[in-house]
Ligand binder design. Structure first.
Ligand code: ZN
Length: 251
């Protein structure tokens, strides 16, 4: 087991060394060691008693913002106290050493930036800011508190419009500029390093396919199966922290 990890880590370190453009694609699995549950894992934390499709859907926000916020506000508050873990730090260190071009992430938790990653493309948005749905006014997460009215809905301090976190809800399109940048990177990279994502949620799940089509190599460090396992040159599926640290130690 330990020997298998070492062999795979060595292999991945070599792929990173040989690649002139490596891009990481990350999902919920990289933040699990920080204490953020993957909502697809049944029976965990804040998603336990609700159907995310029902509550975190754009139609739910429009129809009943009070219910949306009663679900979402504690989740935002819980996320704002969370710290990056050594797997985030390993990717930041790769970038510092010039071995990683960018991180494309499905995560909204801002932990890559907090860990020191400079170029982070947040294709599902982030909890960093929220926005008035009428006038477009932007509010920092830290400044949301005073916006909540007696019904528990965040309303714009200028126009009283409903304020929504800048995260992509179910039923919403992904931010166009972020997706375009992610696709450009997928087209250009020589190695795509997928970490902590089941690679099942489209359109992000199409990025490895784009990279493979351009002749890039694929490495996958994530628990559980992905649709790309057969095409990955390295496939690690244990502890994401231990595995990325093992790779870093060989570079
Ligand atoms: Zn407004």
């Amino acid at each position: 087991m330990a020997r298998e990890v070492a062999t795979q880590a060595e292999h991945l370190a070599n792929l990173i060394r040989e690649s002139s453009c490596t891009v990481a694609l990350t999902g919920a699995g990289i933040s699990v060691p920080s204490g953020i549950p993957d909502f697809r894992t049944p029976g965990k934390g804040l998603w336990e008693r609700v159907d995310p499709m029902e509550v975190a859907h754009i139609e739910a926000f429009r129809r009943d913002p009070a219910r949306f916020w009663s679900f979402y506000r504690p989740r935002l508050e819980a996320l704002s106290g969370v710290e990056p873990n050594p797997a985030h730090a390993a990717l930041a260190e790769l970038e510092r050493r010039g071995l990683l071009e960018a991180v494309i992430t499905q995560n909204i938790d801002t932990l890559h930036s907090q860990a020191g990653s400079e170029r982070v493309i947040e294709v599902h948005g982030s909890i960093r800011t929220a926005r008035c749905q009428y006038c477009g006014g932007e509010f920092a997460l830290a400044d949301l508190g005073p916006l909540f009215d007696h019904a528990g809905v965040a309303v714009c301090s200028d126009c009283r419009g409903p304020v929504k976190p800048d995260v992509v809800l179910f039923g919403e399109l992904l931010p166009g500029a972020a997706m375009a940048e992610a696709e450009a990177l997928a087209n250009r990279c020589e190695l795509m390093l997928c970490v902590g994502s089941s690679l099942e949620v489209y359109p992000v799940a199409g990025l490895p396919s784009l990279a493979l089509g351009r002749g890039a190599r694929l490495a996958i460090v994530t628990k559980g199966p992905t649709p790309y396992d057969a095409e990955a040159m390295v496939r690690m599926d244990g502890d994401v922290v231990g595995e990325l640290e093992a790779v870093l130690a060989r570079l």
